[in-house]
Design a protein around this ligand. Structure first.
Ligand SMILES: Cc1ncc(CO)c(N)n1
Length: 217
């Protein structure tokens, strides 16, 4: 079995929880409060900037030039989406230019930047994979389930259920499997651990947005 197939099996129960989170259920029905989406958007803009830096770091650590290029393009893609959010949602929702990351957002972004910089390269790649893969699955799921009425979060849904994002995800999966094939059994196990950790952090990111998470002090 490919590394990615095994990895998905390991997070299948968690993915099921993600799909049923109130945030995603209400995003799908269009009933998610504007205030909650606004909080999420601001945190996600911070997230995307950090995610872009992590992808750039990984790009520079890879050997194979096709993979270097792919990760550079992923990095550029994350920053382009961040800029687009600023130009559209930030203005219409009235968000400040600088965002203070919430505890869960900072935990997640620090985790991926740390893995990108210091973990073995195959583990670093496994750590950023849930960012691609879970979003694609959630995007496709919501897209397939949505009703015919106009959903205010249509843009978001279309981004992650779209063709362009699907191409990036397929590429990221292919690269991960290529690296896993060359890795030792112990290194593959570490990859699973990073993949599972980042998947949990994805759950926490949505949960923290739904709760409008604040710093306790
Ligand atoms: C938290 C989070 N994870 C993944 C994505 C998609 O890359 C995103 N926009 N935000």
């Amino acid at each position: 079995m490919s590394w990615t197939s095994e990895a998905w099996k390991r997070i299948a129960p968690l993915y099921d929880k993600v799909i049923h989170m109130p945030f995603n259920q209400e995003l799908q029905s269009g009933t998610l409060p504007k205030e909650t989406f606004k909080f999420y958007m601001a945190q996600d803009a911070f997230y995307l900037g950090e995610f872009g830096k992590a992808l750039s770091t990984i790009s520079g650590r890879l050997n194979d030039l096709d993979k270097v290029l792919a990760f550079s393009e992923f990095a550029a893609g994350a920053i382009v989406v961040e800029r687009a959010l600023h130009e559209s949602y930030f203005k219409t929702l009235g968000l400040p230019d600088e965002v203070d990351p919430s505890p869960s957002c900072l935990l997640y972004t620090n985790y991926i930047r740390n893995q990108a910089s210091f973990a073995n390269i195959e583990k670093a790649v496994a750590a950023i994979l849930p960012c691609f893969w879970i979003y694609k699955e959630v995007g496709d799921y919501i897209y397939a389930q949505q009703g015919s009425s106009e959903n205010p979060y249509k843009n978001w849904i279309d981004t992650y259920a779209g063709e362009e994002f699907a191409t990036s995800v397929a590429k990221a999966l292919e690269i991960t499997d290529q690296l896993a094939e060359k890795a030792s059994p112990a290194a593959r196990e570490e990859m699973f651990e990073a993949f599972e950790m980042a998947s949990k952090l994805e759950w926490m990111f949505w949960d923290s947005a739904y709760r409008l998470e604040k710093w306790p002090v």
